[in-house]
Ligand binder design. Structure first.
Ligand code: PRX
Length: 648
């Protein structure tokens, strides 16, 4: 296979924070002297007490622990807000572009400090204490960042639930972490469509979750009329108005929880990934600075949603820790037209733009003109995140969006890793389209075979990380055992990523996708088991199996095989009903792209579903189904193939 490779442009090698030699030296230092390296990187933050103990970690079962900067004391909001407000109160912290063109807000660091402090005081008034959990269910409005930072300011732990999730998903997450306060909006607005957020919260709190939540704070976004429950629901503008702008940041131990973020795994229930204070912020800040080569004064735009980890680390924590001007966009790339992203780039003179390949593929197929009619001259660096970027989309991004001028950082990482792990650095790494390239400082990737044997040189295998890094998740909320079982038992002594990966002769890493039962839909992680349990919750469904299928825009689509209860008929109407059902149960991102009724599923004699076969059929690849002789009923394969064409 011929591969293109783009060398580092000379001007970049010269002016970048990190060039090739510096990358090599820093990588070596982080490996040989982690304490020295990470103590120095910790100096990027303001500490109440600078840590003496730097790295204290072991992935071994007998002595399993992950602690970074443990005796250090700091406050995340202090670092993201106050220290910049003190020096540059008028510098813009958040540029907000609303869903409707022309709607905008600019929040300076000075204003941010006041907003965050007022809300932090309002949380306290509502009875939220250090260590308590707060669920944030907000659209992409500045109040989402205020709420995150207000939690951090008083030592409360936030759990953001993406505003596209259903009442049921919201209820489960509220219950799992026991939030006593929920902050939401009357409605969200995306692409001109309204999302009934407050009504969703009301539905979520109808049952058990309602017994836990004491207060709901509601931001007025669209002005829609919503029901307010006496004694529980309060308007945001009322509560903050009553509060003072003085709220001293709570000194926090470096290993105290900062946030929980739920993510899908191979089992049915999403797990609450827990990140802590010191290591996470060092990691978010360091990666934001080096990977985007961020310079003060530049406008940084991460086009993700704050409901996902990308938004946590790069719209809010990493960017603000570095005193950046961060852009927050409420809308979608195709509203009011396909030029929206690039118009925003021009309007705010954006320097770094960071998005998921799925958005790029969707725009790419609408033609170049939407892009080329804008200037984009302010852009310096382009970023990609969330899923493998196919070389075709990469080249389009590079040539058309970046005018062959801007390096692309294809950043591989996960909710669990807190920030970037494997990625090019714009002034140091020659680029190969489709490859996340090289590990960052302190990241020790290895490829192992299914027995755990470490593979050397150019090879392909399962991606593991051999040692801890500061941004690593610390536990699964309330389930330390699940944390250990999920990540450290498949290959003992190593963190298992769940991804497959190839390494080429130049030592570049190429992520090939998940090797577990997780699918990546539009850069979002969806557990197949979650969709399956939603399907079997329907009265007519006996059994379901869900796999990923290739999808031009989404990367992967959701393909569901459904067996109905005896006497039920799988017709077009029921297919539609089931697809809508999943959408309602989990949220629009879980909507199956294809649903096939089948009299039975391919199972081994011990009853295990052979997903390999289901994946091949979903891919329309009937020629390489592999060994089907271990099936309890090999005849099922013919029935599945025969039913394939009715699936969509
Ligand atoms: O499979 C990898 C894929 O997304 C997974 C992590 O998903 P999530 O926790 O939702 O975080 C997404 C945002 C960081 C990974 O296990 N993934 C993420 N980035 C890339 C990627 N696959 C290939 N290339 C990437 N740059």
């Amino acid at each position: 296979m011929t591969q293109s490779c783009y060398p580092v442009p000379a001007e970049w090698a010269e002016r970048a924070l990190i060039d090739q030699d510096r990358y090599a030296a820093m990588y070596a230092e982080a490996a040989t002297d982690p304490d020295g390296f990470w103590a120095r990187e910790a100096e990027r933050l303001d500490w109440v007490r600078f840590p003496k103990r730097i790295k204290d970690t072991s992935f071994e079962e007998a002595d399993f622990h992950i602690r970074w900067y443990e005796d250090g004391i700091l406050n995340v909001a202090e670092n993201c807000v106050d220290r910049h407000a003190a020096k540059n109160p008028d510098r813009v912290a958040i540029l907000w572009e609303g869903d409707t063109p022309g709607e905008e807000r600019k929040i300076s660091y000075g204003e941010l400090k006041d907003e965050v402090s007022r809300l932090a005081n309002a949380f306290k008034t509502a009875g939220v204490k250090k260590g308590d959990r707060v669920t944030i269910y907000l659209p992409m409005i500045p109040e989402a960042a205020f709420a995150m930072l207000a939690c951090a300011r008083i030592g409360a732990v936030h759990s953001i639930v993406f505003a596209g999730f259903s009442p049921d998903s919201l209820a489960n997450r509220i219950q799992d972490c026991g939030s006593k306060l929920v902050i939401t909006a009357d409605e969200g607005l995306r692409g001109g469509k309204r999302v009934p957020l407050k009504a969703n919260v009301d539905a979520a709190l109808g049952e058990d979750a309602g017994k836990i939540v004491e207060t709901v704070i509601v931001v007025r976004r669209t002005g829609a009329e919503v029901a307010m429950q006496e004694g529980r629901d309060l308007w945001y503008h009322d509560v903050v108005q009553a509060e003072s702008t003085d709220c001293p940041p709570e000194p926090m131990g470096a290993e105290k929880p900062l946030f929980i973020l739920y993510t899908s795994g191979s089992t049915g229930k999403p797990k609450g990934v827990l990140h802590t204070t010191g290591g996470y912020l060092v990691w978010a800040s360091m990666t934001h600075q080096y990977v985007f080569d961020y310079r003060p004064g530049e406008v940084f735009w991460c086009a993700a949603d704050v409901g996902w980890v990308t938004g946590h680390s790069y719209i809010v924590y990493g960017a603000l820790a570095n005193g950046a001007t961060t852009l927050m966009f409420e809308g979608v790339p195709n509203y009011p037209d396909f030029s929206r992203f690039w118009q925003i780039v021009d309007k705010y003179q954006v320097t770094s733009f960071y998005a998921a390949p799925t958005a790029l593929r969707a725009l790419m197929r609408e033609g170049d003109e939407w892009v080329t009619k804008t200037s984009r001259a302010s852009l310096r660096v382009l970023g990609s995140v969330g899923e493998p970027i196919n070389p075709e989309a990469w080249e389009w991004y590079y040539r058309v969006v970046g005018d062959s001028r801007c390096p692309i950082v294809d950043t591989w990482w996960q909710t669990e890793t807190g920030g970037h792990m494997i990625t090019p650095l714009p002034g140091a790494t020659p680029l190969k389209p489709g490859s996340a390239s090289k590990p960052l400082f302190g990241v020790m990737p290895q490829l192992v075979d299914s027995e755990g044997v470490v593979l050397e040189g150019a090879t392909e295998g399962n991606l593991v990380i051999a040692d801890s890094w500061p941004g690593q998740m610390r536990t699964v909320w309330n389930d330390a055992d699940r944390f250990f079982q999920t990540y450290f038992t498949t290959y003992p002594g190593k963190y298992f990523t769940g991804d497959g990966c190839r390494r080429d002769a130049d030592g570049y890493y190429w992520i090939t996708g998940r090797v577990d039962d997780v699918i990546n839909v539009s850069g979002h992680r969806m557990g197949t088991a979650e969709v399956e349990s939603a399907l079997v919750a329907h009265a007519k469904v006996a059994e379901a199996a869900v796999v990923g299928m290739p999808h031009d825009v989404k990367g992967q689509g959701i393909y569901a095989y459904v067996t109905l209860n005896a006497g039920e008929e799988g017709d077009v109407a029921l297919r539609k009903e089931l697809i809508q059902w999943v959408r309602r149960e989990i949220g629009p991102i879980a909507t199956p792209d294809a649903l096939q009724f089948t009299p039975s599923l391919p199972k081994t004699r011990s009853g295990k579903i052979m997903r390999r076969i289901l994946r091949k059929i979903a891919e329309n690849d009937f020629g390489s189904l592999g060994d089907t002789s271990t099936l309890a009923d090999p005849g099922v394969v013919d029935a599945l193939i025969a039913g394939r064409e009715d699936a969509t």
